[in-house]
Design a protein. Structure first.
Ligand code: NAD
Length: 554
């Protein structure tokens, strides 16, 4: 047996050993346990003899990932790696973000949710169902980690563009929290994914014997409100320093819950606020290309849901910040929904659309709306593909020398137009961004690299900053400032190739800088509960987990 050297720190008495350690995903290193560790931790004989370093482990994982024939198989493989060895999982994600992000998050995660009950292997996160009413507080005691700092919670009613997936929507909070750890370095033990199972109205799931949730119809009305209230109270009591991110709730509930809880709990809705922030950052970059002031712009949105209103509200905040009156700024944002132009004579408008219901005659088609509003930016958040038709895009090209055309609907198949269409139909003048990735486009002797307005540029950094300051509230101002930080990291070189976001390889640095700014705001506004500090950068840095190193004892 190899002798022990004094390099090893003393093993804490409650540290798992032997097989228990190999089954602990937070501490397991698999074949990378050194001989010294194998001796000390009762692992000899339980692992193949050759000690491998993390680089070799990554190689093995990537060979496996690339050897699979479908993205869903890649997803299943990666989730099982996450269940075995989290540090290695994050090392793989961080080192191969471009390749892995579309698998552990959109678009593949959507497919994984649709198939969730069929590919289910091990639970991850917490499921809290209607049957737990009255004892949610006690149940939360079952979670093994004490210092939870960020929670992503969904009730599964509007999973991506896939509608009601009920409890099978758990893939989304799990995937989103993986991005918090990968993109901002928040330690996985500080992250808690939660699905509230309030039933489902999806008839396919109700018929499916493999559906993991309660096979009953959704709870609605006051009973739903009461359940959410019990959950929010219990979760803030059990994890008083946690930020709660509301995720993929149906549109009306999303707006309502955000308004109800934002002042009471450190909470936010990424679909609304994160989307607003990432889109505003893209607009700032686009205006650097066109050399136009923000206050000269007019925006037309196709889609007036969470994403559209979230973006509109942040554009208004940005215009007000530059000195425009709020009412005037709102008139710079126009919306078309499934019934046509959102205007003041309509009687069917949901509450969240009312601030944008300006006086105008009714119009039904997008092209007429473009001709009437004469926008300089066209933003697609309808979930309906190919709605930015050639006449629409050509009209944009006539109104503006450098029209902003953002086709943000996900996944790629739902985009309002393709990158090629936007560039070709404006003869290379469009400044284009999409929600899902598009390949570079060659046109007129130039190569254009479309920017991807991915919320992952924003929410991990906002979450990290909120945690660092232990903020009482997550405010709109934080998202506004996050947009400015993101935009400031777009280089002239990015802009020359038409890319209005930094490359994904920059994302950890983007998150770090956003986190610092968000924490500063929390202190400036008196929202921080953490001790006063002169070294916010240091506090943020100390929270960042680096999966390139296995720590000895967590
Ligand atoms: P939502 O359901 O809240 O809103 C959709 C809106 O589109 C509604 O106002 C609806 O009336 C409207 N709509 C539906 N059919 C239409 C039609 N034929 N013509 C015009 N309007 C129509 O959904 P959401 O959360 O706002 O998301 C919308 C889309 O935006 C999704 O595809 C989503 O993937 C995408 N999204 C992208 C990003 C991003 O790129 N970063 C972020 C969030 C959402």
């Amino acid at each position: 047996m190899e002798t022990l050297t004094p390099r090893m720190p003393k093993v804490p008495p409650d540290f798992p050993r032997g097989v228990k350690l190999l089954h602990d995903p937070v501490r397991n290193k698999g074949s990378a346990f050194t001989l010294e560790e194998r001796n000390l931790l009762g692992l000899r004989g339980l692992l193949p003899p050759r000690v491998m370093d993390q680089d070799i482990q990554v190689r093995r994982v990537m060979d496996n990932v690339r050897g699979k024939t479908t993205d869903l198989e890649r997803y299943i493989y990666l989730v099982s790696l996450q269940d075995r060895n989290e540090t290695l999982f994050y090392r793989v994600v961080v080192d191969h973000l471009d390749e892995i992000m579309p698998i552990i998050y959109t678009p593949t995660v959507g497919q994984a949710c649709v198939q969730y009950g069929h590919i289910f292997r091990r639970p991850r996160g917490m499921f809290i169902s209607l049957e737990d009413r009255g004892c949610v507080g006690d149940m939360l005691m079952n979670w093994p980690h004490e210092d939870v700092r960020i929670i992503v919670v969904t009730d599964g009613e509007r999973i991506l563009g896939l509608g009601d997936q009920g409890a099978d929507g758990m893939g989304i909070p799990v995937g989103k929290l993986s991005l918090y750890s990968a993109c901002a370095g928040i330690h996985p033990t500080k992250c808690l994914p939660i699905t509230l199972d309030v039933g489902t109205d999806n008839p396919d799931l109700l018929r499916d014997p493999l559906y993991v949730g309660l096979p009953r119809r959704r709870l609605r009305g006051q009973a739903y409100e009461d359940f959410l209230e019990e959950f929010m109270e219990a979760v803030t009591k059990r994890f008083p320093r946690a930020v709660v991110q509301l995720e993929d709730f149906a549109t009306a509930n999303a707006f309502h819950l955000l308004e109800k809880y934002r002042g009471q709990v450190a909470s936010f809705d990424d679909d609304i606020q994160g989307t607003g922030s990432v889109a505003l950052a893209g607009i700032y970059s686009a205006l650097r290309i066109s050399e136009q002031p923000l206050l000269d712009q007019r925006f037309l949105f196709l889609g007036a849901g969470e994403a559209g209103i979230g973006i509109g509200d942040l554009i208004v905040a940005a215009m007000v910040d530059e000195g425009m009156d709020e009412a005037e700024a709102r008139k710079r944002c126009w919306f078309v929904d499934s019934k046509g132009l959102v205007e003041s004579s309509r009687k069917d408008l949901a509450h969240h659309k009312l601030p944008y219901a300006h006086d105008h005659e009714p119009l039904t088609g997008l092209l007429e709306a473009v001709k009437a509003v004469r926008p300089t930016g066209l933003i697609g958040v309808s979930g309906v593909p190919q709605t930015f038709t050639r006449p629409v895009i050509e009209a944009m090209g006539e109104i503006s020398e450098r029209p902003m055309i953002f086709a943000l609907s996900n996944p790629t198949s739902k985009a309002e137009c393709t990158a090629r269409q936007a560039y070709t139909w404006t003869r290379g003048r469009a400044i284009f961004a999409s929600g899902s990735p598009f390949d570079p486009v060659d046109y007129g002797g130039r190569t254009f690299v479309p920017g991807q307005g991915n919320n992952a540029y924003i929410f991990p950094g906002v979450g990290l900053g909120a945690i660092a300051a232990d903020t009482r509230e997550v405010t709109d101002e934080m998202f506004f400032e996050a947009a400015k930080v993101l935009a400031s990291m777009v280089t002239d070189r990015d802009l020359q190739i038409g890319r209005i976001y930094p490359s994904l390889g920059m994302i950890r640095e983007v998150s770090r800088r956003i986190a610092i700014r968000v924490a500063e705001i929390a202190y400036e506004r008196g929202l921080a509960r953490a001790a006063q500090t002169d070294d916010i950068e240091g506090v943020v840095g100390d929270l960042i987990f680096d999966p390139h190193e296995y720590s000895h004892y967590v």
